[in-house]
Design a protein around this ligand. Structure first.
Ligand code: SF4
Length: 419
């Protein structure tokens, strides 16, 4: 039986697509290889959102050259955001790669016919479901719209059928994915929005939880806030990247909102959805970001106190607007200093937020076992570990928290439920 191996880096969308690619290969008689060296087909699902990610992809491709030389029959393919429209250029740069195919596409050399979506064969209790591909926003630092193209939503009925089938295969929780889930549906005939989709999925028997990411502050609607507040399966967690706490930087980033607007949006979300957890993304060292502008970002994070902050140092992406028009003029050491500052700040905020859960009982969905401990997440996305000899995979379990840290919680089973 031929074997396949998929190497994935990058966002959850890449992970979801790799999971589905694996099923696609298995339906065609392949089985998963434990190592690239044993595979007949290797796929690299790439990310180029930052220079560091692109470098890892290029290094991995170089490392595979000797293997390809040794086994010329090995098929080497690349998908993900490295694959742009300049296929000839890619082929010239990586002549040992047999095929390049666009993110979300099926490998056309294996199957010429048009295919519907392929589902993960053995999904984990919590599984990703892409609902919209591409992005129409063109934030100045971002390469995604150039690589993943314009927005294309999947119909509500198609997604609902898929989720029902996933539940049939043991899934309890789905995370709906899109570069901007708030854009969902505008390109479909009846123009449903994310709130409509959540209402539909909320009726699916056996499905316990629904999540979604990522949102865009300029597009998040009152209807969505209302849906999160009133639908029992929709989890209380919103990922809302702010990127900067300074209006001039936000304008240069072409984000389409101001700090004041963002602050009001957070206040509205918190007032309508009690217990909501919020996560955000921040970029430090954007071209010409001054120290006071950086301090505005730090100040906003201190004020709004997010549960999680993902911080990245600005990395120019060739082809993106900022890399064409703005000089990358913040030294690397300064970017690192700012990044460390934000990480330290967030560590202390998350320490305080999570410490409030000490002694509380939380419900988690058990997703797996790592180093002898079960792990799962609360509805608000907190990672929880507990030790127990029972089999809890895929169950909703009540855990009493007896230890907290900025990154995770630990506890013991109080009462479990298998509903
Ligand atoms: S919303 Fe902006 S940052 Fe997000 S994928 Fe689209 S262009 Fe990139």
């Amino acid at each position: 039986m031929p074997q396949y191996y998929i190497w994935t880096i990058g966002c959850q969308m890449n992970k979801a697509e790799s999971e589905r690619l694996g099923s696609f290969f298995e339906q065609r008689g392949y089985q998963a290889a434990v190592a690239a060296e044993e595979a007949d087909l290797i796929v690299l699902n790439s990310c180029v959102v930052r220079q560091s990610a692109e470098s890892r992809v290029v290094n991995k491709l170089s490392a595979l050259k000797p293997l390809k030389r040794l086994h010329p029959d090995l098929t080497l393919a690349v998908t993900g955001c490295l694959v742009n429209s300049e296929a000839d250029q890619l082929k010239k740069s990586f002549p040992h790669v047999d095929y390049f195919f666009k993110p979300g596409d099926h490998p056309q050399w294996l199957e010429k016919a048009e295919l519907g979506p392929v589902l993960p064969r053995h999904p984990t209790p919590s599984t990703f479901v892409p609902i919209i591909q591409g992005c129409d926003n063109f934030c100045s630092y971002c390469i995604v719209p150039y690589r993943r193209g314009r927005e294309r939503s999947r119909p509500v009925t198609e997604i609902a059928c898929e989720v029902k089938e996933l539940v049939h295969r043991g899934v309890r929780e789905v995370t709906l994915l899109g570069q901007n889930v708030d854009s969902y549906g505008h390109d479909l005939p009846d123009k449903p929005d994310l709130a409509d989709l959540l209402r539909e999925l909320n009726t699916i028997d056996g499905l316990a939880r629904i999540r979604f990411l990522t949102n865009h502050p300029k597009d998040l609607s009152p209807r969505l806030i209302e849906a999160v507040a009133c639908l029992d399966k929709v989890c209380e967690l919103i990922c809302l990247p702010v990127q900067s706490g300074n209006n001039d930087i936000l304008t240069a980033m072409r984000r389409g909102y101001t700090v004041e607007y963002y602050r009001r949006l957070i206040a509205r979300i918190r007032s309508k959805i009690p217990g909501i957890a919020l996560s955000t993304d921040v970029i430090v060292g954007f071209p010409s970001e001054s120290e006071p502008q950086f301090q505005k970002t730090a100040g906003l994070l201190s004020e709004l106190r997010f549960d999680t902050v993902h911080v990245a140092a600005y990395s120019p992406r060739p082809g993106a607007i900022a890399s064409r028009e703005l000089e990358d003029n913040i030294p690397l050491a300064e970017k690192r200093r700012r990044l460390n500052k934000i990480e330290q700040l967030q560590e202390s905020i998350a320490t305080e937020i999570n410490a409030r859960l000490l002694g509380e009982t939380v419900e988690i969905l058990v997703e797996g076992r790592i180093k002898g401990k079960w792990q799962g997440r609360t509805r608000t996305g907190k990672l929880v570990f507990f030790g127990d000899s029972g089999d809890y995979l895929g169950q909703l379990v009540k855990i009493r928290i007896d230890k907290t840290s900025p990154w995770a919680l630990q506890g013991r089973v109080e009462l479990n439920s298998i509903n």
